[in-house]
Write a protein that binds this ligand. Structure first.
Ligand SMILES: Cc1cc2nc3c(=O)[nH]c(=O)nc-3n(C[C@H](O)[C@H](O)[C@H](O)COP(=O)(O)O)c2cc1C
Length: 231
């Protein structure tokens, strides 16, 4: 099968999505589409290179939002029968909100719109599914209560991307999630993958519920639900 897989800027379900993407890429031709935020967040969680390594060759491409300009010409492929399937996982509340309101102004929302016009079956895995709190995972974080404000910050010195301002924060737009800072700090002041609770907003849950009503779109609860469809 020839599949297009979109990744938006969600940390939640990101590792789980990449795990399934890696498996699928072994058996199918997969083009990966990254929203601008999707690219940034993949880098923050140290997953960008694993995704990039899956691509190379015809229909095994890595398509970046930044390379597509305003009209997203590659999404015309969805009207031309190039892909059998479009998967978007994970899908941010932002992207869901746009899809259910018919807005197409990013690489991923354009892909979904064009897939609808080209009758390409679309599977969407939203991050915001149910009301209440959700446990989710953070990228690298400088824990100020553990930071000893050392004269020379070993974590900052170890960072190949100059992403750490000692005693203040990690600049996530520079961080590539390599984990060198975590190993370097003897006080454990850098965490990677700390779990936090976030509250699901009613508006986001309402938008997800509207997604079920869109013809051509199937909503899945978790990336592993793709296994029964694709393997
Ligand atoms: C580290 C990090 C993690 C994020 N995780 C989520 C998330 O799990 N769900 C979500 O809806 N937005 C999340 N965001 C916010 C989105 O990236 C942001 O709303 C972005 O504008 C979404 O753009 P997109 O929908 O075009 O990808 C996260 C942002 C950062 C910096």
């Amino acid at each position: 099968m020839r599949i297009a897989w979109g990744i938006t800027g969600a940390g939640h379900l990101l590792q789980e999505s990449v795990n399934i993407l890696i498996k699928i890429s072994k058996e199918h031709e997969v083009t990966v589409l990254l929203s601008g935020a999707g690219e940034e967040v993949l880098k923050m969680y140290g997953l960008f290179e694993s995704v990039k390594n899956l691509t190379g060759g015809k229909y095994r491409e890595l398509i970046l939002e930044d390379d597509q300009r305003a009209s997203f010409p590659m999404t015309g492929r969805f009207s031309l029968g190039t892909y059998d399937l479009l998967i978007v996982s994970p899908t941010t509340s932002n992207t869901i909100g746009k899809i259910v309101n018919g807005i197409a102004d990013t690489l991923i929302t354009n892909a979904v719109a064009q897939a609808g016009k080209g009758h390409v079956e679309t599977f969407i895995i939203p991050v915001d599914l149910e009301s209440g709190d959700l446990e989710t995972v953070l990228p690298s974080k400088l824990e100020l209560d553990l930071c000893q404000n050392c004269e020379t910050c070993d974590a900052s010195a170890a960072c190949p991307n100059d992403a750490i301002t000692p005693g203040i924060e990690i600049n996530l737009l520079k961080c590539k999630g390599c984990g060198a800072c975590q190993t370097a700090c003897q006080f454990g002041a850098v965490t990677d993958g700390r779990l936090i609770n976030i509250h699901m907003r009613d508006i986001d849950i309402q938008n997800t519920n509207k997604l079920y009503e869109i013809r051509g779109i199937k909503v899945l609860r978790h990336p592993k639900d793709l296994k029964s469809i694709l393997f």
